[in-house]
Design a protein. Structure first.
Length: 258
């Protein structure tokens, strides 16, 4: 099914009247989640650093029908901007998807790359959750949050030490917030995908040897697609997952089951 048709498919509807914030919504997984939630009827506040990317997402959502996408350029490391944007969105749903990876041996990776990974993947995620929690709890809104983690939050992998560290931290954040926000009827879960075909992974997977190494580690034998992660996220946000919180859902083809 073509992407836009899937986003607007009636079978995916069920979020009418919901207000969602999606960070990292300009590209890749975050973009697909924003479009899917809008197609399911939610009003989506899409956050990313690139206004052009966000404008394109808003236009695609308008063409597909369903809920609206509000483009709100912001950096997830900017606490004041996040507070303002998220409070104004009046959300009951959050998808914290902003993240980066800059692979390399730890002994050689530049300090600026280490800091960027930790600041965006950990600090940016913490601040996004904090802003969402402040807005939802103050308004007594029950809801759900999904953090986009990674299989690297459960395992190690050569050349990705800062990234693995950041995703292990995100998994801990998920469990802590699930307990902290349970009295407010806000569920918190994470999705942990394997390698997914996105602009972030395209340069890595362009190397045939690397792609074959990855495929050899995935029992189901294929690289993931964004729809695999979007489907899991949609489920965790939905009322079908009403008793699920503090869970990290592996979307990894069996990588971490070995």
């Amino acid at each position: 099914m073509p992407a836009l048709d899937r986003h607007a498919d009636a079978a995916w509807r069920g979020f009418a009247g919901r207000h969602a914030v999606v960070t990292g919504a300009g590209r890749g997984i975050g973009r697909d989640i924003a479009l899917t939630l809008a197609g399911a009827g939610a009003v989506v506040t899409a956050i990313a650093r690139s206004p052009a990317d966000l404008d394109e997402v808003a236009e695609l959502a308008a063409d597909a029908g369903g809920g609206a996408v509000r483009a709100c350029p912001a950096d997830v490391r900017d606490a004041e901007a996040l507070d303002a944007v998220i409070a104004g969105a009046e959300p009951d749903l959050l998808v914290a998807s902003a993240g980066i990876n800059r692979p390399g041996p730890l002994t050689e990776i530049p300090l600026e790359d280490v800091l960027a990974i930790l600041e965006i993947n950990i600090i940016g995620t913490v601040l996004s959750c904090r802003s969402f929690g402040r807005a939802a709890i103050a308004a007594h809104r029950a809801g759900a949050a999904v953090i986009v983690s990674s299989q690297m939050g459960s395992v190690g992998y050569p050349g990705r030490a800062p990234y693995c560290a950041s995703k292990h931290a995100v998994n801990g954040l998920t469990k802590a917030l699930a307990l902290e926000w349970a009295p407010h009827r806000i569920r918190v879960n994470a999705v942990a995908p394997t390698f997914i075909r996105t602009p972030l992974t395209a340069p890595m997977l362009a190397d045939p040897a690397f792609e074959q190494e990855v495929l050899a580690r995935i029992p189901l034998g294929r690289i993931g697609e964004v729809a695999d992660v979007t489907g899991a996220t949609r489920f965790l946000l939905s009322d079908e997952a009403a008793l699920i919180t503090g869970h990290v859902l592996a979307v990894d083809g069996g990588w971490t089951a070995q």
